[in-house]
Design a protein around this ligand. Structure first.
Ligand SMILES: [Zn+2]
Length: 180
């Protein structure tokens, strides 16, 4: 399997991923390792499995090196994560590795409660706000096939997508001309 970064409109970013039922397994370890490796390579703070072509509900997060944050950083592996409670609303400025060049402001819940499992299938419960709450919502959306542009009003979403697709085509043509 090739674990390269998938960018919009790749089909795998539009589907709900399958639940993991192979806990403590070699394959699951391989997926988690490659996800961290890719996330650091791409300088992201979070990555969902389908962003690199892995069709399961796995997310990894590392906010430990985020300088502008005053919160304590967290390194997390969450399997089959679900948001079970949301509270409050904040405006969040977000980018996404799967939408190169796009940065938008969207509403998010201020606080979330998340239920997930670790590598061995033990239940994990997280209750948080601030930056981590935003990253959790963004990544859990990914494994459910929901892109962050869906939170924009329809007209704005269309404009952002049109611009993105135009730039994407330009980048592809440049790559073709260079033969890469
Ligand atoms: Zn994303």
């Amino acid at each position: 399997m090739s674990y390269h970064l998938r960018t919009w409109p790749d089909k795998i970013l539009k589907k709900k991923m399958d639940k993991v039922d192979f806990f403590s397994d070699e394959k699951l370890k391989e997926y988690i390792d490659v996800m961290f490796k890719k996330m650091y390579e791409l300088e992201g703070v979070g990555l969902a499995a389908n962003q690199i072509g892995i069709p399961y509900q796995i997310i990894v997060i590392d906010t430990t090196n985020r300088e502008e944050s005053e919160e304590e950083g967290k390194k997390l592996v969450l399997i089959n994560p679900e948001i079970i409670e949301k509270d409050g609303e904040v405006l969040s400025t977000e980018g996404c590795l799967s939408f190169p060049g796009v940065q938008i402001e969207i509403p998010r819940a201020e606080k979330v409660k998340v239920k997930a499992f670790d590598f061995d299938g033990n239940e994990i419960n997280i209750e948080t706000d601030g930056f981590l709450a935003i990253v959790l919502q963004h990544e859990i959306d990914h494994i459910n096939g929901i892109p962050f542009i869906n939170y924009l009003p329809p007209v704005k979403k269309r404009l952002v997508l049109e611009k993105y697709m135009k730039n994407r085509k330009k980048d592809k043509d440049t790559a073709k001309a260079k033969g890469v």
